[in-house]
Design a protein around this ligand. Structure first.
Ligand SMILES: [Zn+2]
Length: 55
């Protein structure tokens, strides 16, 4: 999970949701504060964690 610094504050995004925000990342200049592999973290967009199994 990456912590993104956005104009509206910091937010965690999984790789899947990151793809949906490519336009904002480009246009608004989002940057990655840091990346962390932490099972307890939840994506602020989809609410899933890095280790969730999609079935
Ligand atoms: Zn997500």
């Amino acid at each position: 999970m990456k912590l993104w610094v956005t104009p509206n504050g910091d937010r965690w995004l999984c790789d899947e949701c990151q793809e949906q925000y490519e336009k904002e990342i480009e246009e608004e200049g989002w940057r990655v504060a840091f990346e962390k592999w932490e099972p307890m973290l939840r994506c602020s967009e989809c609410g899933h964690g890095d280790v969730d199994v999609f079935d």
